[in-house]
Each structure stands twice: as C-alpha cells, then as structure tokens.
Design a protein around this ligand. Structure first.
Ligand code: FAD
Length: 400
C-alpha cells in the first residue's frame, strides 16, 4: 500500500491551490479525485469573478470569507502571471435606478472603506493595492457602456473587479504542483476512510492509501466525506445557481461586470459578466435543492433572459444563447444569510482539515493554500521549504 504524509481529496480550486502551496515544501503528498480531470465540478460552473475590490471589502469583517478574500487581493496578479493564466481587471458597476439604490450603494461604499483601508483594520490593504470606488452619473456610465438601459441613472464603479478562467487556473495549479513533486490520482472515488491512532486508510474505488494527514476539499461532498471519520462539526445547505452563456457576438455589447441590487423577497442575483474567452455570462437563478438534483428548471433561463434584457434592452439575446447550466454550492449559516468558509481541524479528529468554500471561493484561492499550510504547521507537520521550487514549470495532469 502506498504511504503519504498528506492526502488531499478533491481537485477543484481548493484542492489544487492547496497542492500547489504544499509543493513548495519537502513533503510526500497526493491529490485524489473521482473525476478523470481537474475542476469538473463547482470550479467549472461559476461566474468566474475574482472579487478584487469593493465586493470583498464589504464581506462581513471577522469572517474567514472576508479574511481569505481580502488577503488574496494582492496575490492574484503574481500568481496568474507565474502560472500563465488569464486575469483581467474588467471593473464592476453597481447599477442605480432610483434614490433607494443610491442610498444602499452609499452605505456599501462607506463600509468597504471602513473595513479594510484603515491602517488599524484587521485585514489592512494599502491604497496602492486598491483603486478607490467612485459614483458615476448617467453620462459617464454611458461613455463606459453605450448600450446600457436608459432606466439606469448612474452606477457605483469599482475599477478593481476582475475575471479569470477558473478551470485553466485549477489545471495550472495542479500541473505546477505535479512538476514540483505532488502526485495525482484521478478517476478514484473515495468509498470509505478508516481512522487509526496515527494514520488513515483511504479506500477509493480502485486503490487503498495510507496517509498521516487528510485534507477534505470535496466541494459539495465535504460533509459526506467528513462523516466517514466522524469529522463533521458543521452544516450547510446546497444551493443551485443557474447561469446562461451568450455567444461571442455579444462580447462587443458590454465590457464590465454589472449588477442590480436584490429586490425585497427576491433572492436571485441579477448580474452580467463578460467572460475571458468571449461572450457574456448572466445569472444567477438560485434554488435550494437536494445535491443530487440535476434538473434545469425553465425559470432559470427565463430569469437570465430578463436580467440581460433589463441591462441591455432591445438586443435579440434569445438567438445568442450558447448554453444554460448550473453549479451547486454549499451555503453555511443559510438561516442568517451570513455565509462563511470553513477551513479547520474538527474537534476530536486531529490530522484532518475540512475545507468548505461556497460564494467567492475561487477568489480566495491564493490565500487558501497558505492558510492550510499554517494549519498543518500548527498541527506539528514538519514543512521544510524546497530550495528548488519552480513557480512556473508544469507537468500534465488529467486529460489534455
Ligand atoms: C453559480 C455559482 C457562481 C459562483 N460564482 C463565483 C464567482 O464569480 N467567483 C468566485 O470566486 N466564486 C464563485 N462561486 C464559488 C466557487 O465556484 C466555489 O467556491 C469553488 O469552485 C469551490 O471549489 P472547491 O474546490 O471547494 O469545489 P469543487 O470545484 O466542487 O471541487 C471538489 C472536488 O472534489 C471531488 N470529489 C467530490 N466528492 C468526491 C469523492 N467522493 N471522491 C473523490 N473526489 C470527490 C469533485 O470531483 C471535485 O473535483 C460560484 C459558485 C456557484 C455555484
């Protein structure tokens, strides 16, 4: 039976960013995934936004969600450059149609500055790493987006908001980790895990592995894998988000991310994002579902067509639909609406880390790996830096 110091289960953005960070150290580690390729679940079914500015600064102070996102802001440009992955600052527009929208954005704007731009803030971010938000009047907004609806009177403009290609990023993180010594075992579903005093036996559909430490980064399945060793000390609910992609011809219509504030009693997101490979992505119709629910209700596409028609009226979007698809994400604290990440060692199960992301999980990837390395060190794992770590080299993982 093969033996490892650390086994990472899950090769989405969480597992691959942790693997890449670990590959900087002398450690014998492996990543296992049930699929035959990297990032085929949540990491491939999202808005592809990197929360780089006002959005992450408005996350609730004191949460891990805020901490990992804000600390990731300055790391993104270097990480994507090292790995040769696209990263583009497109800027975000909070659309204002009336005084009430304006007052709500004003509150967000003030909170963003209060939470992180002051030197004594818990996650201080210096002003040169962050361009200030500004309010745009109708004329300035029209100059940026000529096809915007005439009902929009202005916008809160965040020049920092960015996009990436999360699949390319996860793949590049995995390939770089592999070139630096981390092993990958794909096409192996975890079936059971035995907990012993000093090690775990991880049984997959095809192999058994002995490991001292487990990092459980299995996306929507984190709770099920944790239950295998009684390491579940959290709850979340699965939320389905339905998105629609419009074809490359729509690229010219809009160049910023834009969104309307939620309406009272309407939980759905109303946003458009120009995606890095071309075309527009629109959503998000949200639904609380069973995690096994693969249905694509027609309300999803209807909602998404209404959203894009409200932002850019008069264009035949129906003729330009490329695909409608969904992602299912875990939402913690659903009852209060204050989602948080979980990246922690559960009580009573040492040598085990659960990783639950959810909204803005891709955006937090650069800092997530560092957080897990800190937890491993705090648990007594000896991590000696590798002098020959190469941040850009790659070795193929999964399908080409
Ligand atoms: C609709 C929607 C929009 C979003 N928009 C954004 C956005 O714009 N920006 C942003 O930052 N975040 C966004 N997110 C959140 C982001 O997509 C997630 O936080 C992130 O992808 C989670 O990554 P992960 O690695 O934890 O999970 P996953 O990508 O799901 O990876 C988990 C991996 O575990 C593997 N696995 C599961 N069970 C087993 C098993 N039994 N055995 C072996 N392997 C297993 C899976 O195959 C998978 O590869 C969005 C999410 C959704 C759903």
């Amino acid at each position: 039976m093969e033996e490892y110091d650390v086994t990472i289960i899950g090769a989405g953005i969480a597992g691959t960013s942790i693997a890449r960070e670990l590959s900087k150290y002398k450690i014998n580690a492996i990543v296992i995934d049930k699929n035959n390729d990297i990032a085929l679940e949540m990491t491939s079914t999202n808005m592809a936004l990197v929360c780089q500015g006002g959005d992450s600064l408005t996350f609730r102070p004191g949460t891990l969600h805020a901490e990992l996102n804000i600390k990731s802001i300055p790391l993104w440009p270097k990480l994507t450059e090292e790995l040769g992955v696209p990263f583009k600052r497109i800027g975000g527009l909070g659309l204002i149609r009336n005084k009430s929208d304006y007052m709500k954005f004003l509150k967000m704007y003030t909170r963003a500055f209060r939470s992180s731009l002051r030197r004594d803030a818990p996650y201080y971010i210096s002003e040169n790493e962050f361009k200030p938000l500004q309010f745009l009047d109708r004329k300035s907004l029209k100059d940026l987006e000529p096809y915007i609806s005439s009902k929009v009177l202005g916008a809160l403009y965040d020049p920092n908001l960015s996009v990436t290609d999360p699949i390319k990023l996860a793949k590049a993180l995995a390939e770089n980790a592999r070139a630096n010594g981390i092993e990958f075992l794909l096409g192996n579903e975890i079936k059971s895990i035995e907990k012993n005093k000093d090690y775990f036996i991880v049984n997959t559909s095809k192999n058994s592995i002995k490991t001292k430490f487990v990092i459980n980064a299995t996306g929507i399945n984190v709770d099920k894998i944790a239950e295998m060793v009684k390491a579940r000390d959290f709850t979340y609910v699965p939320v389905k988000g339905i998105l629609t992609d419009f074809d490359e011809e729509t690229t010219e219509l809009f160049s910023h991310q834009a969104f309307y504030l939620p309406r009272l009693g309407d939980p759905h997101v109303r946003a458009v994002v120009p995606i890095i490979s071309g075309g527009l992505r629109v959503g998000i119709y949200l639904d609380f579902v069973m995690r096994t629910d693969k249905s694509l209700p027609s309300q999803g596409l209807r909602h998404n067509l209404n959203v894009i028609g409200d932002i850019i009226p008069g264009y035949p979007f129906r003729k330009h639909i490329k695909r409608t698809f969904f992602g299912i994400m875990p939402l913690t604290n659903a009852e209060t609406g204050w989602h948080d990440f979980i990246v922690d060692i559960p009580n009573y199960v040492p040598r085990w880390i659960n990783v639950v992301l959810g909204p803005a999980g891709v955006s937090s990837a650069p800092m997530l790996g560092k957080k897990v390395v800190d937890l491993l060190m705090m648990s007594g794992v000896h991590l000696e830096p590798k002098p020959n770590f190469n941040p850009s080299t790659k070795r193929g993982v999964g399908n080409e």
